[in-house]
Design a protein around this ligand. Sequence first.
Ligand code: COA
Length: 429
Amino acid sequence: MQYLSAEEAVKLVKSNTRVFVHGSAATPHTLLHALANRKEELKGVEVVSISTLGDMPIADESCKGSFFINSLFVSGNVREAVNSDRGGYVPIFLSEIGHLFRHKILPINVALVNVSPPDQHGFCSLGVSVDVAKPALEGAEVIIAQINPQMPRTHGDGLIHIDQITVAVDVDDPLPQVNYAEKIGDDERKIGHLIAEMIDDRSTLQMGIGAIPDAVLGQLGSHKDLGIHTEMFSDGVVDLYEKGAITNRYKKKHPDKIVSSFAIGTDKLYKKIQDNPLYSFHEAAYVNDTDVIRKNPKVVSINSCLEIDLTGQVCADSIGTYHYSGVGGQMDFMRGAALSKGGKPIMALSSKTKKGVSKISPMLKQGAGVVTTRAHVHYVVTENGVAYLYGKNLRQRAYELLKIADPAHQEDLEKSIFERFGSFQYSFK
Ligand code: COA
């Protein structure tokens, strides 16, 4: 291992190779800027990552031909590139990305990561993002690491010895700040309230991305002995732990621990997880394994989507053909929750977009991708109520979803149900 400047370090990246970029709040910005500065010299560098945060200079239009953004989960900073000829989108379960790296389906030549300084034994921590970074590093030919004192040293499996790092670059970079609570509006609060009522004491929770998870957590203050086993979390979990509602006491896997694969939040969160054995970070291949998830009792999985059709097919990664997000761990956890004893997979969404477009539609938009199939969907919650689809036929599902759709769109939706399924109505015992 040698220490170099960022400019010298990124010279190890060669044309026509594949580079892994550390994701979420661990996005290595100093290295990315240095790499972008080499755009005139480099050709055909394929960049793979899951959701990244902050600047992504290599996704800029001026980098066409030098860098190709082959996204495993589309975040805002690469969306434009991924939807152009400068990038592409790989639909893949978060639990299986490690398999792509380990089994050389997507072999990694160079990994760019952002880690904590080595401890007294020489181990650096992958900090807030262990998820797919751990398997990416295992197979990488070259590892270039930002050594960042602002990266929390987290407990769990996300350690790498300094001797495994090819080149280290000293930085002192703050982590990106994301405050999901600021995005909670009236709809999210109502959805949070409905879901909080569905959660029993001693449940094990998984929350997806966005304002709805934090809105749910904000209303669980009076619950008892909740557990957390989730692919990601934010400040809402820290606040709920401080209120005493989370004890993790009844979890079967990792009792007494909050288990996650990554975290995104504010400095409050990043300080809390620093060297704190309460928070245990593991790779997503483990955390999101349905066999692991199902072992915990009463797993409640709360995820969101962009659109759901009247039969319950869920689109969460695209708006029509436009790639917006990714598969992520949605299916891993929806299925894991369904398999757990007393578990509840919940799809939570506001019934309409801010522009008033109904998210419940007769058919998915042309080109939309199904992330969660209608056979996997059980509960759907909007600000207007809860629809239970499990075991129901397509006609019954359509009427269940109609009840929780935006009132302004209900007449049109009902017409389309009538056209598709006819008027015949009956009830089962
Ligand atoms: N038609 C047209 N536009 C739509 C739409 C629809 N049916 N649904 C949403 N949109 C637009 C919104 O208007 C908004 O546009 P804007 O960015 O211009 O404001 C944008 O799409 C995002 O919609 P929003 O409802 O604000 O999304 P969100 O922040 O609640 O996130 C997902 C929803 C689906 C993107 C997010 O949950 C996700 O990425 N899920 C997939 C992965 C996953 O679940 N992983 C599991 C746990 S990490």
